[in-house]
Design a protein around this ligand. Structure first.
Ligand code: BV8
Length: 243
């Protein structure tokens, strides 16, 4: 376990020389905004159900009302939440480096509300619904309806998120891969690195000798360049890295 200040200073020095920074975020970056992560035992979303139950096509087909109720509840929580210092630090970093590609697994929209632009949403968004008939996207729908329907054709709407067993949006995935292959610094923030294909991105960056930071609550704090790992809260650590 290395000294936290030393590891932060060493990584920040490399960040100052970066040409292209790629950032992958997961549920952990929104934890300090009060949004539960997936794997937190006491509050994790998955502590109440199996992902196949709700976040899957089969789960939706089995019980669309239950699934819509779950996403509607999460959308209300995301709207009520505020971006935290971690989101703002990444929005600020975007102005400090020549190029930054922000890739998120999150569907809460907090990066955009913190001012980040061109956010690559690998797993979709709570703030969009998709028509099951023609695939049209909708950013508003009748929130009072337990089973919302397309205002244009009347077909059932589904949340515009990627469920388990579903392909990720091709364009988003290609942009994420391209940034991972091109970047000289890759920052993985607040993700357990369980869900593929997002989980492979830091490994791909490391295999190409990019400097990689992994920041979550499981890592040991250590500087083993080009790999830096920090055990800490994103809302506390990122503002110290992005001065
Ligand atoms: C795919 C949207 C190709 C929905 C999500 C069998 C059949 C089919 C596929 C598979 C299969 N077996 C495996 C797979 C692949 C599967 C997968 O990876 N499964 C896992 C469970 C093993 N992947 C897929 O299905 C993907 N599609 O592969 O398509 C395909 C197609 C057909 C057949 C074969 C292949 C689609 C995956 C996308 C699923 N949708 N979200 C919704 O949100 O409801 S995933 C969802 O879970 C999130 O988006 C996120 O990606 C993931 C949760 O991960 P994290 O974000 O990391 O959150 P987690 O709670 O795990 O960790 C939190 C972290 O934060 C921790 O590390 C913690 O320490 C840290 N933390 C906490 N607080 C803080 C903090 N860090 C810093 N500061 C803090 N304060």
């Amino acid at each position: 376990m290395d000294n936290l200040d030393t590891v932060i200073a060493a990584f920040a020095n490399r960040l100052r020389l970066a040409h292209h920074v790629a950032v992958l975020t997961g549920a952990g970056i929104s934890a300090e905004s009060g949004i539960p992560t997936f794997r937190d035992a006491q509050t994790g979303l998955w502590s109440h159900f199996d992902p196949e139950e709700l976040a899957s096509p089969a789960g939706f087909a089995r019980n669309p009302t239950l699934v819509w109720r779950w996403y509607a509840e999460r959308r209300v929580k995301a709207c009520a939440a505020q971006p935290n210092p971690a989101h703002y630090a990444l929005a600020k970093l975007d102005k400090h480096v020549p190029r930054l590609t922000l890739i998120t697994q999150n569907i809460d929209g907090l990066h955009q509300r913190a001012g980040s632009r061109n956010v690559i949403e690998l797993h979709g968004s709570l703030h969009r619904a998709r028509c099951m008939a023609d695939g049209s996207l909708h950013t508003t729908w009748d929130y009072a309806e337990e089973l919302p329907h397309c205002p244009d054709c009347g077909a059932l709407l589904r949340p515009d998120v990627v469920w388990f067993g579903e392909m990720l949006p091709q364009t988003a995935l290609e942009k994420a891969w391209a940034a991972t292959l091109d970047c000289d610094i890759f920052m993985s923030i607040g993700t357990s690195g369980v869900v593929e294909p997002a989980a492979s991105l830091p490994r791909i960056a490391l295999s190409r000798n990019a400097t990689v930071l992994i920041l979550n609550l499981e890592q040991q704090t250590a500087a083993r360049p080009p790999l830096f790992t920090i055990n800490g809260k994103a809302g506390e650590i990122l503002p110290r890295i992005v001065k």
